[in-house]
Design a protein around this ligand. Sequence first.
Ligand SMILES: *[C@@H]1O[C@H](CO)[C@@H](O)[C@H](O)[C@H]1NC(C)=O
Ligand SMILES: *[C@@H]1O[C@H](CO)[C@@H](O)[C@H](O)[C@H]1NC(C)=O
Ligand SMILES: *[C@@H]1O[C@H](CO)[C@@H](O)[C@H](O)[C@H]1NC(C)=O
Ligand SMILES: *[C@@H]1O[C@H](CO)[C@@H](O)[C@H](O)[C@H]1NC(C)=O
Ligand SMILES: *[C@@H]1O[C@H](CO)[C@@H](O)[C@H](O)[C@H]1NC(C)=O
Ligand SMILES: *[C@@H]1O[C@H](CO)[C@@H](O)[C@H](O)[C@H]1NC(C)=O
Ligand SMILES: *[C@@H]1O[C@H](CO)[C@@H](O)[C@H](O)[C@H]1NC(C)=O
Ligand SMILES: *[C@@H]1O[C@H](CO)[C@@H](O)[C@H](O)[C@H]1NC(C)=O
Ligand SMILES: *[C@@H]1O[C@H](CO)[C@@H](O)[C@H](O)[C@H]1NC(C)=O
Ligand SMILES: *[C@@H]1O[C@H](CO)[C@@H](O)[C@H](O)[C@H]1NC(C)=O
Ligand SMILES: *[C@@H]1O[C@H](CO)[C@@H](O)[C@H](O)[C@H]1NC(C)=O
Ligand SMILES: CC(=O)N[C@H]1CO[C@H](CO)[C@@H](O)[C@@H]1O
Length: 778
Amino acid sequence: MRLLTDVAAIVALASLCAAQNSSTIPSEVPLYGNSPPVYPSPIGNGTSNAAWTSSYSRARALVAQMTLEEKVNITRGYTGKCVGNSGAVPRLDVPPLCFADAPDGIRGQEFVSAFPAGIHVAATFDRDLMYRYGHALGAEYRGKGINVALGPVAGPLGRVARGGRNWEGLSAVPYLAGACMGAITRGIQDTGVIAAPKHWLLNEQEFRRRESDVGEALSSNVDDRTIHELYAFPFANAFREGAASAMCSYQRANNSYGCQNSKLLNGILKTEFGFEGFVVSDWGAHHSGVASANAGLDMVMPDGGYWGQNLTEAVNNGSVSAKRVDDMATRILASWYQLGQDEEFPAVGVYSSTVKHEPIEVQDDHPALIREIGSAGTVLVKNVKNALPLNNPKFLSVYGYDATVKSTPWQNPSRFGGGYEVNFGWDILNGTMITGGGSGSNTPSYVISPFHAISDRIARNRGTIRWDFDSENPYPPYFNSEACLVFVNAYASESFDRATLADEYSDNLIQNVAVNCTNTIVVIHSAGIRTVDTWIENPNITAVLFAGLPGQESGNSLVDILYGDVAPSGKLPYTIAKSESDYGTLLNSSVSFDYFPQDNFTEGLYVDYCAFDKDGIEPRFEFGYGLTYTTFNYSGLDVGQVAANTAEYPDPNVPIVQGGHPQLWDDVLTVTVNTTNTGNVPAAEVAQLYLGIPDAPVRQLRGFHKIYMDPGQTATATFALTRRDLSVWDVVAQQWRLQRGQYNVWVGASSRDLRLHGTFEIVEEWAKHARANRGRTP
Ligand SMILES: *[C@@H]1O[C@H](CO)[C@@H](O)[C@H](O)[C@H]1NC(C)=O
Ligand SMILES: *[C@@H]1O[C@H](CO)[C@@H](O)[C@H](O)[C@H]1NC(C)=O
Ligand SMILES: *[C@@H]1O[C@H](CO)[C@@H](O)[C@H](O)[C@H]1NC(C)=O
Ligand SMILES: *[C@@H]1O[C@H](CO)[C@@H](O)[C@H](O)[C@H]1NC(C)=O
Ligand SMILES: *[C@@H]1O[C@H](CO)[C@@H](O)[C@H](O)[C@H]1NC(C)=O
Ligand SMILES: *[C@@H]1O[C@H](CO)[C@@H](O)[C@H](O)[C@H]1NC(C)=O
Ligand SMILES: *[C@@H]1O[C@H](CO)[C@@H](O)[C@H](O)[C@H]1NC(C)=O
Ligand SMILES: *[C@@H]1O[C@H](CO)[C@@H](O)[C@H](O)[C@H]1NC(C)=O
Ligand SMILES: *[C@@H]1O[C@H](CO)[C@@H](O)[C@H](O)[C@H]1NC(C)=O
Ligand SMILES: *[C@@H]1O[C@H](CO)[C@@H](O)[C@H](O)[C@H]1NC(C)=O
Ligand SMILES: *[C@@H]1O[C@H](CO)[C@@H](O)[C@H](O)[C@H]1NC(C)=O
Ligand SMILES: CC(=O)N[C@H]1CO[C@H](CO)[C@@H](O)[C@@H]1O
């Protein structure tokens, strides 16, 4: 059989008997990009490690007993209790698997926690908190009998400043996003729950992300190097940590839909990354039967899509091989065994809120962790006149719609952050924001609002608090008040991109308070970038906190910082520009209204601070920036050397395992630096390492180390750099390549606050020998 190209598959929309021939594409269809065919689909073999080998042999034994109908049955979804329910094989005691949202807490259930959103976790720059976050989330999923947690998210990465789902993801900087993806995945899976990193791949905006009556979904057209060094990069960490599932995406890539793109699924995911788990479609992202099966999709959700009985027929008539369906079933069951879900996995405890049921409480001690992450991810960007920490205040004024829980956020009982088209943002009716909207929102069992937590502190001190949540121009001012706290937010949701990075109502509110209050402290809960230039230089605005999307302990996390019980240690996971236009073509989503909208990622590797560095644009607050209540000194940069015998490419004779070539993860260079707390309060610093790789952006984050230090204490930050961290993707060799030549190393407190500089060189063997000989004294 001639294998169809992916483009043909898309154009012959959604038909299982899809075009077998690219000549069926109507000549008027504009072809901007063509996704290279990669067939056949690799057969999972469990060779990554002993655990997978055992899971595969058990899965194969079970699949061998199944009829074709039974195998096909477990590759599809059914309506049931969960957001997704896979088909079962009752005859062999294979249960349905329960799939649920969201990446920051189970949505729509009672007695669950609302965790901080992904972008907030990234802002902690703390690998230990990332792991504990994943572990706590996983424990809640497991407690509710949910087999597959739909997350974590590295797609969107955050290419588009106004992207509606950037907050579900981690950071537009692939190294930081990768560290989070790895730690969260390991945390989730250590509880026996399958993680499904999403959305694979190039899902960077909401506008035209899906097909509709105005045309097909947009096509993300991205070059091979950028795919590897930017968009696939953080996913590799999740696969390296054993992620047993992956969710393919809605949009197209080079005109081929994400869930039938053989280059992305068969090629990069299952061949290069050696993925042993199963690929599940995003909900309704199925566009063809034969094409998606052959391109590497293993399970369709939430129903049968173009599979079901059709897939059985396609096997019977040879359009899809029996081996491919065996592989789908084997991958699904091997993942189930791999996470130990065949033994003592709790029964599904997911219920509709309108049905009386036994409560299943899974919150455990997670509120303390949520509170800790909430403050650790809060970023202090301005602090003058010793505004913060507050010094045991007796009188505070609190302003703004975002200070308190208001109205009925449970209008839609399944999500606090609002859903899809609803603007739960700055509107004065909506109250404080702890997460964003859509499927990535969560359902807190309670919310500690900023006003609630501040009131508690004031009450303990027999003080006074005054408030006005509703006015854009609060009046009168309280001249006895020691500080005026203004709360605003910047909302985003799945299904639409943001219309602005800063709304006028909130900016007016802040300025109106500042007119009459010389100690105005601004707190912004934002689902991503929020510009501040209208008022940031106003001298009456003495402190500004980016409080992110902190989850249910929002107020407690905040007062820990305001009152100085915890010194701020969060760093911005994105760059805040002075003006929205500074983001250039990466401000907005694609605005193409074509039937086949095209989005050419012509900026390549230059997103976020790399774009600002390249174009010489001074940001307001750069990636990695964040103040605290003390100061740090950097000294003693020690840049080691890459071992003399380190080859340019990983050894081709070493087999690929899940996560890619294993040598990519070898530490090849260790850099250390000393940091000293030179101020008066204990605090944590995030030492950041930026690398200048030859023939790459001038500086890229390739290490961070968060260390807590008492006043006067010196600590050593250590950065272990892997082969991948030092490599570029060689599009000709189709392999990661260590560059030859001089590398620059900067260590500092942000992507622009670079305190120390060093270099090292990787030279050709022959050159190195020549040099060594020259240097030798006879
Ligand atoms: C095989 O079966 C599928 C599913 O019914 C159908 O769409 C396709 O046209 C068939 N192909 C052939 C060559 O008969
Ligand atoms: C496929 O294309 C070739 C020419 O490129 C044509 O001869 C053949 O008939 C086509 N087959 C189908 C099934 O359309
Ligand atoms: C995308 O790139 C293709 C190929 O270079 C070009 O023909 C097309 O005009 C570009 N589309 C847009 C919307 O820029
Ligand atoms: C898209 O096309 C570009 C240019 O030919 C290529 O480098 C890249 O690998 C392709 N990606 C996919 C997913 O097909
Ligand atoms: C397919 O799965 C459904 C849903 O779990 C189940 O009711 C049905 O019995 C399964 N069919 C077969 C053939 O096992
Ligand atoms: C197992 O699959 C991986 C990924 O496709 C492949 O690289 C490897 O060669 C396979 N190993 C064996 C023994 O077939
Ligand atoms: C099978 O294919 C037909 C025709 O393409 C489609 O209408 C149907 O939804 C498909 N799915 C199932 C489960 O039958
Ligand atoms: C500031 O205070 C003065 C009175 O002292 C009042 O007239 C004015 O309206 C106030 N401005 C705002 C914005 O509240
Ligand atoms: C700062 O506050 C003082 C006192 O209310 C006021 O006179 C001044 O105009 C304010 N400055 C700004 C820039 O709002
Ligand atoms: C961004 O989109 C808005 C409409 O949503 C449009 O008015 C504006 O011109 C766009 N800006 C850029 C830089 O494309
Ligand atoms: C770094 O700090 C440690 C511990 O204080 C100290 O022993 C070491 O000499 C310092 N290294 C440099 C290079 O300053
Ligand atoms: C629950 C609630 O009050 N929701 C409101 C949030 O704001 C939008 C307007 O932007 C209103 O339509 C909702 O009713």
